[in-house]
Write a protein of this length. Structure first.
Length: 384
């Protein structure tokens, strides 16, 4: 049965980021609120207009209730369910369904974290399972190192190819004034950097930053009254194969193969139609796995695919054009930032890193240890 997704019935009308890098003195909630107010204000809305609220905070499992209270609103719909960093793609999915069904009129999706200035280390809700804890793995780095090791063994992927992912992300970040790390980066520097969990080094691993993001969604028929360039939701799907990395059926195949295929079908497109790609790059192996599973190259070819600057500025497939979680921002969960960057590219708001003529974008989220995968396909009015 084909998904009955309301293709292009809803749209992102505004996005905002706040506090990227370091935001001392601000709580996770305060960061999320500031990003939310910025996003609403850009299109002439106020918190009182919001009746659909979607939020995840690093350690607040009642964040939806707290945000409603903080904003002084009584939303008709509140969702703070969590599937890790892909939560925000699932929020777009559920917001689109709710808007199309008339359950709400204005949906606000937001996130904030002060992990860098509060603790100085990666905040994660992941906890070792009782079956894996005795092995004292680094959570979550060792899980992704297992996937990288298997991919290298099975397909001949090299550390140099992983480094190509980090270098491409840094080259995009150098075009983004918001990006936290903008210094030049070479493959040689990546290979010489401190090892975190073999074969992944610190340059194969995401940043530890503060930051917040927000986006506003409405029904498509109202979108043009609020902004000049609405970004329509063409498809959205999620899939899950496992919770613990030790139970992942195949370390080289993620559930993105399912979520991506369903999102493409809903949108009526294929990977060849996508102009710009935003992937959850918590580690360099993520980008390679997702490029394969989302159909941009055959399984096992991801390492060779990213060689030669193919995903860097000037390459044939622009990937993580803000610098990604590797060089722009990674405040605990990165999924919402993929959506914000995808929407900015389609709205023509990406400045020096703008991909000319972009009409279709893909934003993909990853949660847990390659556990939850969620894909959103977005398009401009010309793509309808």
């Amino acid at each position: 049965m084909r998904d009955a997704f309301p293709r292009a019935a809803t749209a992102i009308v505004s996005t905002a980021t706040h506090g990227i890098g370091e935001a001392p003195g601000q709580s996770a909630m305060e960061l999320a609120v500031r990003a939310s107010l910025l996003a609403l204000g850009r299109v002439g809305l106020t918190p009182a207009d919001v009746d659909g609220l979607f939020i995840a905070l690093p350690h607040d499992y009642f964040a939806g209730l707290g945000l409603a209270e903080y904003l002084g609103i009584h939303p008709r719909l509140t969702n703070n369910s969590r599937v890790g960093g892909s939560s925000f793609q699932t929020y777009v999915l559920w917001a689109a369904l709710a808007l199309a069904a008339g359950q709400c009129d204005v949906a606000l999706i937001t996130y904030g974290s002060n992990q860098r200035t509060a603790s100085g280390k990666l905040q994660s809700s992941l906890r070792p399972s009782p079956f894996e804890a005795p092995y004292q793995a680094l959570t979550p780095a060792s899980a992704y190192a297992l996937a990288a090791s298997r991919h290298m063994h099975q397909f001949g992927t090299t550390r140099e190819q992983l480094a190509q992912v980090a270098v491409a992300a840094r080259q995009w970040a150098q075009r983004n004034p918001e990006a936290f790390m903008r210094d030049p980066l070479t493959v040689e520097q990546c290979l010489a950097s401190r090892m975190v969990s073999s074969p992944l080094s610190v340059r194969d691993s995401c940043l530890v930053t503060d930051g917040a993001a927000a986006l506003v969604m409405t029904r498509g028929d109202r979108a043009r009254d609020l902004c000049l360039h609405p970004v329509y939701v063409l498809g959205a799907a999620e899939a899950t194969h496992h919770r613990m990395i030790s139970t992942m059926p195949d370390l080289t195949v993620t559930a993105a193969a399912e979520s991506g295929a369903r999102a493409y079908a809903q949108a009526g497109i294929g990977p060849q139609d996508v102009d710009v790609v935003q992937l959850y790059d918590a580690f360099t192996i993520n980008t390679i796995l997702f490029l394969e599973d989302l159909g941009f190259c055959p399984k096992g070819e991801g390492g060779r695919f990213v060689e030669g600057g193919r995903i860097a500025p000037g390459g044939s497939l622009p990937v993580n054009t803000n610098g990604g979680g590797l060089s722009c921002v990674h405040p605990g969960m990165y999924g919402l930032f993929t959506l914000v960057e995808a929407a900015r590219q389609l709205a023509g708001e990406a400045g020096e890193r703008q991909v000319s003529g972009a009409e279709i974008a893909l934003a993909h989220g990853n949660g847990g240890e390659l556990s939850s995968q969620a894909t959103v396909v977005l398009g401009t009015g010309a793509a309808l």
